[in-house]
Design a protein around this ligand. Sequence first.
Ligand code: B12
Length: 195
Amino acid sequence: MRPIDLFGRKRVLGLLVGNTRALWPFFIETLEASPDLQRSPDPLDTYVEDAVRSSIKEAGSKCTVHFSHHRGKSLVSMLHLAEASGLAQTGPAHLAAHREYGVWFGLRAVLVFDEEAPLEKAHTPGPCEECLAPCRQPFEDALSQTQPSAIEKTWETWAHVRDACPIGRSYRYGENQLRYHYTKDRRALVSDTPI
Ligand code: B12
C-alpha cells in the first residue's frame, strides 16, 4: 500500500466510484452481448475497469485510477476513502454505511485528477452514530464460522451481517448479484428479477 499520487499538489480532486443494485441489469446485458467479457476471469471487475477507463478518456484531464479489487502496492482502502469523503461511515461490521443505501453498495474505484480541489466534507452525522448495532452479533457469528480466505463457503452468514443493518433494506441486492459478490459463482452471472 502506498500513498495516492497527488501530482505534486497539496490537495487534488478525487472521485469515488461505487454502485448499488442498479448496476446489475446493465452489467448482465453487456455480459450477454460480449464473448470477450464472458472469457474474463472476473467479468464484473473487467466490466468496471472498461467503464471507468472509457469515462476517463472522455474526461480529457490528467487522471490516475485505483480500483478496489487491485491489491498489492496499488491497494487503496475504500472504507477509509468513503469515510474521509463523508460518503459513508465504517460501522461495527467493517462495512461502509450510507445514509440512504445502508450497506447495500459497492465501492469500485477512485479517480484522482490533476486539479485543485476545495477542502470540503459533509458534516452530517454518520448513520451508525445513533444505531444499536444489530450487525455486531451477526458479524461476530460469521467471523467465528469462517476462515477469512474462504468466505464463499459460509457466504450466507456474511449476507446476514448486511441484512441486520436497518438502513437501505429496499436496496438489497437481488439473489444472483448477492451470490456472485460473495462466491464468484459464475452460474450467478444472470439477470435478477427486475427492480
Ligand atoms: C481484503 C478485503 C476483504 C477481506 C478482509 C480480510 C482482511 N483481513 O482485511 C475479506 C475477503 C474477508 C472480505 C470480505 C468481504 N468484503 Co471486502 N474487501 C477487501 C478489500 C479488497 C481490501 C480491504 C483492505 O485490505 N483494506 C486495507 C486496510 C488497511 O484498510 P481497511 O479497508 O479499512 O481495512 C478494513 C477491513 O479490512 C476490515 N477487516 C479487517 N480484518 C477483517 C477481517 C474480516 C473477516 C472482515 C470481514 C473485515 C476485516 O477492517 C478494516 C478496518 O475497517 C476491500 C476493497 C478496498 N480496496 O478497500 C473490500 C471491501 C471492503 N469489501 C467489501 C465487501 C462488500 C465484502 C463482503 C461483504 C463480500 C463481498 N465482496 O460482497 C465480505 C464480508 C465483509 C463484511 N464485513 O461483512 C466492500 C465493502 C462495501 C461496503 N459498503 O462497505 C469493499 C469496499 C469492496 C467493494 N468492491 O465494494 N473483504
